[in-house]
Design a binder for this molecule. Structure first.
Ligand code: F6P
Length: 361
C-alpha cells in the first residue's frame, strides 16, 4: 500500500451524493496509489482529539446510492465560514494552526473538502495558509456560480416534483390552493426547476419580487377557466420585502435558519381569495435519501476528477461542471462568494411564463 494519503472531509449541510463522491475518490485514489483517510464530523475532525480513520475500497460497497455522509458533517462550529444573514467569518488562525499540525501528523499529502460556498471559503483560507486542498461543490441549492451544477440539486428537485405530483391530486379533489415551500436560501433553482417539472401554477423565488394581487389574479384566472385549484411553489429565501422569514434560534456560529414564507403566503392567499389554502414545508426531505442517477454520475465524475487533481498536485482548485458539459477545474478563489442566481429574464423563466406560470410579479 502506498504511503501517500488523501484526507477526505464533508462540510456544511448534508446532501444526497456525498457518499458517492467519497466512494469515487477512494476507488480512483487507490488505483493511483493513494490511501484515503476519512476526517469525521466536518473539519472539526482535524482538531484535537483528531477524528480520522482509513477508508478502504472494500468499505465502499453500497455507497453509490446511500444518502447522507458516512463521515458526518457540520454547518456550524469552529470552521463555519458564514454566520447570521450570510456574513463572512474568517476561521481563527489558532484553529487553522491546530488543524495543520494534525494534518501533518496524520501524514496527509492532500485534503479534499466536499462542501458548499461556506466550506469552500474555508478551503480557500486553508489553501492560503499552506494546506494542499481540492474542493468538490456540493449543495442542493445549486447556487455556486463556478459550476453549471452542484451535486444533490437534481435529487432535491426530484423530491420536490414528487411532492407537487402528490399535491396536485389532493388540491384538485378539494378545490384548494396548495403551497409547497422548498429550500433555496439565496437562489430559486429548486423552486424554478421543480415548478416546471411538477406543473406549478405560481413559482416564487428570491430573484423575482412578488406581490399578492398578482397571485390573486392568477388564481382568479384559473377559476374563470374552470380550474378550481392552484399549486404554488415558494423558495424559502423568497421574500415579501427586504427581510427573509426565519425560523431562527439565534445560534451565533452559523447562518440564520430560514423558513416560514410558505405559511405566510398560504395565509395571505386564503384571506385574499377566500379559498381554502394549505401549506406543506418540504424541508430536509429534500436533503435525505438516495441520489438520482444523474447525481450518482455527477458525484462519480467529481470524485474521480478530484483524485486526479491530487495526483497532479493541482491544489487551491475546485472541480466543476463546465458549460460544455465536461469536467474541469476552477480556482477556489474564483469559485467562492459568487452566487449563481436564476436569471429573471433567462430561458428557464421565459419558458415558464410562456405556459402562463406566474412568478407573482
Ligand atoms: O444550504 C443548503 C440548505 O439546504 C439551505 O437551503 C437551507 O437554508 C439550509 O441548508 C438548512 O440548513 P439546516 O440543516 O441547518 O437546517
Amino acid at each position: 500500500m502506498s504511503n501517500r494519503k488523501i484526507g477526505i472531509v464533508t462540510g456544511g449541510g448534508d446532501c444526497p451524493g456525498l457518499n458517492a463522491v467519497i466512494r469515487a475518490i477512494v476507488k480512483a485514489g487507490d488505483l493511483s496509489g493513494f490511501q484515503s483517510i476519512g476526517i469525521h464530523g466536518g473539519l472539526d475532525g482535524l482538531l484535537t482529539p483528531v477524528q480520522a480513520s482509513p477508508l478502504m475500497v472494500k468499505d465502499m460497497d453500497g455507497l453509490l446510492i446511500r444518502g447522507g455522509t458516512i463521515l458526518g458533517t457540520a454547518n456550524s462550529g469552529r470552521f463555519a465560514a458564514k454566520a447570521g444573514s450570510g456574513r463572512k467569518r474568517k476561521v481563527p488562525q489558532e484553529t487553522l494552526d491546530q488543524a495543520k499540525r494534525n494534518f501533518d501528523s496524520l501524514g496527509l499529502s492532500a485534503l479534499i473538502i466536499i462542501g458548499g460556498d461556506g466550506s469552500l471559503s474555508t478551503a480557500q483560507q486553508m489553501f492560503e495558509m499552506g494546506f494542499p486542498v481540492v474542493g468538490v461543490p456540493k449543495t442542493i441549492d445549486n447556487d455556486l456560480d463556478a459550476t453549471q451544477m452542484t451535486f444533490g440539486f437534481d435529487t432535491a428537485v426530484a423530491c420536490a416534483v414528487d411532492a407537487l405530483d402528490r399535491l396536485h391530486s389532493t388540491a384538485s379533489s378539494h378545490n384548494r390552493v396548495m403551497v409547497l415551500e422548498v429550500m433555496g436560501r439565496y437562489a430559486g433553482w429548486i423552486a424554478a426547476y421543480a415548478g416546471l417539472g411538477g406543473g406549478a401554477d405560481v413559482i416564487l423565488i428570491p430573484e423575482i419580487e412578488f406581490n399578492f394581487p398578482a397571485i390573486h389574479k392568477k388564481i382568479t384566472e384559473r377559476e374563470v377557466q374552470g380550474k378550481h385549484f392552484t399549486i404554488v411553489i415558494v423558495a424559502e429565501g423568497a421574500s415579501l420585502g427586504k427581510e427573509k422569514i426565519t425560523a431562527d434560534d439565534g445560534a451565533p456560529d452559523r447562518e440564520i435558519r430560514l423558513g416560514g414564507i410558505g405559511h405566510e403566503v398560504a395565509a395571505r392567499i386564503e384571506a385574499m381569495t377566500g379559498k381554502e389554502t394549505r401549506c406543506v414545508v418540504l424541508g430536509h426531505l429534500q436533503r435525505g435519501g438516495q441520489p438520482t442517477q444523474w447525481d450518482r454520475q455527477l458525484c462519480t465524475r467529481f470524485g474521480v476528477r478530484a483524485a486526479r487533481m491530487v495526483a497532479k498536485e493541482e491544489f487551491g482548485k475546485m472541480v466543476a461542471l463546465l458549460p460544455n458539459g465536461m469536467m474541469g477545474a476552477v480556482t477556489l478563489k474564483e469559485a467562492v462568494n459568487k452566487i449563481r442566481s436564476v436569471d429573471p429574464k433567462g430561458e428557464l423563466v421565459m419558458t415558464a411564463r410562456a405556459l402562463g406560470i406566474s412568478f407573482g410579479d
